[in-house]
Design a protein around this ligand. Structure first.
Ligand code: WT7
Length: 622
């Protein structure tokens, strides 16, 4: 964005949703607590996070909460010793949580497995010992190419327990991408499965591994561990491959948690790369643990009776932070589903909610839009009364999808939390709590301790109501701590664009209440006759039409206006494109946003191109 340029914001949402009285009475963090926390964090950021850190167990406390001497290479809890897995498992074994369910897993064919904290602890220790037997030690890397299985959680925790660094490669990626990642990460071990179930098919994952590892892309790779899941025939290379079950069979269910420095690496996660090449970011034991634990407990208002379900794949940061680490750190029960949300039909998620009595459901706008296309018939067939809190992350949550979730899933009784964060941030950054006043389409306000703002290219705050670049001005504990690959270049990308601030790569505006509205990725901004407009606003206007399921907007060159908008839309089931609809949609945008936004053409599609994590790839359109 050029000097002093701001964005125009044309979309105005007037509706507000206040918390129900019951929520205000029962919430662990009420509006007064929230205000007090904000005040404390503003005056003394370190005290705020120090208090959060005190809720966890440390082998040795920190010398400094946040060492800023080498900014932007911030070091959190320097001098401290800890292990995130000790906090996610061992400390619960000493309490009544020992026999509480840690993990409820459901396979796509309908099979189910459950682990108490004690059972999970034993399984993790066994595999930790198995990994050690394969020569894996502190600082070694392990690539996990795994779908949604209990062993995926076990493998993550087993690595972290012995100080090895896990790097998950999404199971929907092909051999080619796995090969690239293996080459970059250079693991000692790869863990995978024979196959798994997805949309009624068996996906043969081990075959992909064999293809990826042809002619040994990794120098240090010694073993491939294969979990039995689909019982399909696989080739086992006797010098390299072993079955998970054989490896753990004779291992002891006890293994000490390695004593780690707070900033020792925990895992490597690549960014989604919607608009650029994925970057390999590192998160570490101490700061990540504190940030994820605090945000998980506060944002979702955890109670001892909760059953928490995050539908994200563990291959993404959402899965790492809020399917695995967050819930286990908090001692809650986490739900994991192997398969596709439309298998065998579009009510599968609601079936799982009612079957296990899920109380908190965290998903993505793209998932909601997918299910919305089938209408309210499916949610109506299931008892969703156990739900008390709903949430989403990953993309702008258009008001229509937000309202649909609020009404049809939450039945007007559950707050819908639109949470903004990134792989880079490790934890939720801008989000309501269940006691917040909600405005559909807004991520509301930064959490306590998070100094977010909207600025121009020089770092000056832009006036309320104007859009600009979303930045974070002060460090936070779960921020990525290191980079694999070109560290200088990656650090410059995030920290040098606007000196002294973290550049998030999104555009946003703040309203008169200090509420943030995410307008899209900075790379996707439209420029129509000098008006700079975020793609999310135009897309939101289009999806207000009852026949539209999803919309993606890109800019196309126009001789007179510079750019005009081109829209791609998918329709709800039962509707077809027509000239009338075409006209109506253009009229809809004009009515919602005014005459500035000219939609030149609309293309109707069965599907929009998306990244494997579900984000619309606008760069592939237009
Ligand atoms: C990007 C980060 C963090 C887990 C999921 C994705 C977009 C995320 C929101 C939201 C609008 C959002 C942003 C962000 N995004 N949450 N609530 N409203 N946009 O992590 O793959 O690192 O992607 O997702 O563009 O920068 P990620």
């Amino acid at each position: 964005m050029d000097h002093k340029e701001t964005l125009d914001s044309l979309l105005h949402e007037e509706r507000v949703f206040r918390p129900l009285p019951q929520m205000l009475i029962e919430a662990g963090v009420n509006p007064q607590d929230l205000r007090a926390a904000r005040e404390l964090a503003e005056v003394d950021l370190c005290s705020y996070w120090e208090e959060a850190a005190e809720e966890l167990d440390w082998f040795k406390k920190w010398e400094q909460v946040c060492d800023i001497s080498d900014a932007p290479n911030y070091r959190w809890f320097s001098g401290a010793r800890c292990n995130i897995v000790y906090n996610a498992l061992d400390r619960h074994i000493e309490t009544v949580n020992k026999n509480r369910l840690a993990l409820i897993w459901e396979g796509e064919p309908g099979d189910s497995r459950q682990y108490t904290y004690y059972e999970l602890y034993r399984a993790v220790n066994r595999f930790a010992n198995g990994l050690k037997a394969l020569g894996v030690g502190k600082g070694d890397r392990v690539v996990l190419y795994m779908p949604q299985l209990p062993e995926t959680v076990i493998a993550m925790l087993a690595c972290a327990r012995i100080g090895a660094v896990h790097s998950m490669v999404f199971s929907g990626f092909s051999a080619r991408l796995l090969r690239e990642r293996v080459r970059e990460v250079d693991p000692r071990v790869v863990v995978t499965v024979d196959g798994f179930y997805r949309n009624g098919q068996v996906i043969r994952l081990k075959e992909e591994v064999d293809r990826a590892l042809l002619d040994d892309p990794a120098q240090n790779l010694e073993s491939v561990v294969v979990v039995h899941r689909a019982n399909v025939d696989v080739n086992m290379d006797s010098a390299r491959d072993c079955w998970y079950e054989d490896l753990v069979r004779h291992e002891r269910p006890h293994a000490p948690a390695e004593i780690m420095a707070a900033d020792d690496p925990l895992f490597i996660m690549h960014t989604s790369g919607t608009t650029g090449k994925p970057k390999g970011l590192v998160h570490s034991h101490g700061g990540y643990m504190v940030g994820v634990h605090r945000t998980f407990k506060w944002v979702f208002d955890l109670k001892p009776t909760d059953i928490f379900w995050c539908s994200a794949d563990p291959g993404w940061i959402t899965g790492h932070s809020y399917l695995v680490y967050g819930p286990l750190l908090a001692g809650t029960t986490t739900v994991m589903y192997e398969g596709h949300s439309l298998y065998p039909q579009a009510d599968r998620l609601w079936n799982i909610v009612s079957k296990y009595g899920v109380t908190i459901f965290y998903t993505s706008p793209t998932q909601i839009r997918t299910l919305m296309r089938f209408g309210h018939r499916y949610p109506e067939q299931h008892d969703l009364s156990s739900l008390r809190i709903l949430g989403a992350v990953g993309e702008p949550f258009n008001t229509e999808a937000w309202l649909w979730m609020y009404e049809n899933i939450g039945k007007g009784q559950c707050p819908v939390l639109d949470t903004w964060w990134q792989t880079e941030t490790g934890m939720i950054m801008i989000s309501p709590l269940p006691v917040s006043v909600l405005k559909p389409g807004s991520v509301t306000r930064p959490l306590p301790g998070i100094d977010a703002d909207v600025v121009d290219a020089e770092g000056n705050p832009v006036p309320d109501g104007k859009g600009g670049l979303l930045v974070i001005k002060k460090p936070w504990p779960a921020m990525f701590s290191d980079v694999i690959g070109d560290r200088e270049e990656v650090m410059a990308h995030y920290w040098k664009r606007i000196p002294g601030m973290f550049y998030a790569g999104d555009v946003a505006r703040k309203d008169e209440d200090g509420y943030f509205w995410i307008q899209g990725r900075a790379d996707d901004v439209l420029n129509i006759s000098g008006h700079r407009i975020g793609t999310a606003e135009v897309e939101c206007a289009l999806t207000k039409h009852p026949q539209v399921a999803e919309a993606a907007v890109v800019g196309v060159v126009d001789k007179i206006k510079g750019q005009v908008a081109k829209a791609y839309v998918t329709l709800n089931h039962g509707f077809v494109e027509s000239d009338d609809l075409h006209r109506e949609l253009k009229e809809q945008v004009r009515r919602e946003l005014g005459p500035i936004v000219i939609v030149r053409s609309i293309e109707f599609r069965d599907e929009l191109p998306k990244t494997s994590s579900g984000k619309i790839k606008r760069t592939e359109l237009g």
